[in-house]
Design a binder for this molecule. Sequence first.
Ligand code: DAK
Length: 259
Amino acid sequence: MEFKYILVTPQYAEEIALIQINRPKELNALSLEVMGEIRDAIKTLDNDKSVKAIILTGNEKAFAAGADIKQMQGKGAIDMLAIDQFTTWDTIKRTKKPLIAAVSGFALGGGCELVMICDMIIASETAKFGQPEINLAIMPGAGGTQRLTRAVGKALAMEMVLAGRFITAHEALQAGLINKVVPVELYLEEAVILAKQITRFSTVAVQLAKESVNQAFNSTLDEGLAFERKNFYMCYASEDQKEGVQAFVDKRPAKFIGK
Ligand code: DAK
């Protein structure tokens, strides 16, 4: 896959794809073009049977320092309406396969929001998370008031969104925003280790489980439990479920086929 602003390696590790945002001079600012490429790459990889998990990363200095501020110059509400960036973000949100963010350096504004769309987040010790849109007299528009608040709670979310405070990787871990903090030279490797752990399992069960966890953010408890129940039954329709149970009884490793 050839792109201008991102590097895509469909088999970075066995059954694991890597998307690297590659606009280093602008600290990987997420221009409309960058977001369009990320959307297209994720969509392609999501439909590629040889890929079971996708890692999204930047470079050591920046995952992404936010949307491209220069592209915001001279824009009014009606321009924003016409550009309709939300369709792109919604497409990324609908990714079926596990999406892991490997973050080092700045993950700000849209960068932090993109990270929060991912299912799991591995960060280097140098990572900084923030929603500094308030500096521009705007506010987060792609989940920064909703996903952040659900992840870290009201007090810290308010401080980040209203006061523009950046938090460190260790604070983010303590607040429940991310999964793990590792030394900077290991963050990508650690994301691959996590992805490998997931790719061992049935892709059917992984997809249904991901959908169900995400449903927790969109429903009441009873609605979520009903959704979970349907997906739980659905697992029993797979050949993988038969294999998983049989392999346990036979005391051998299971061989899942994703059906
Ligand atoms: N956009 C464009 N260029 C950026 C940029 C950005 N967000 N961040 C950095 N750069 C560029 C700088 O302009 C500079 O370029 P040159 O001057 O060299 O040409 C280069 O990257 C290096 O940056 P600095 O010289 O500033 O580097 P420092 O290490 O001194 O500072 C910094 C790093 C990250 C603290 C600083 O660059 C900074 O404050 N950047 C802006 C961070 C920010 O405010 N981010 C939030 C942007 S608003 C939406 C979805 C999402 C969004 C909106 C709508 N929809 C779906 C509708 C998101 C909005 C945002 O993210």
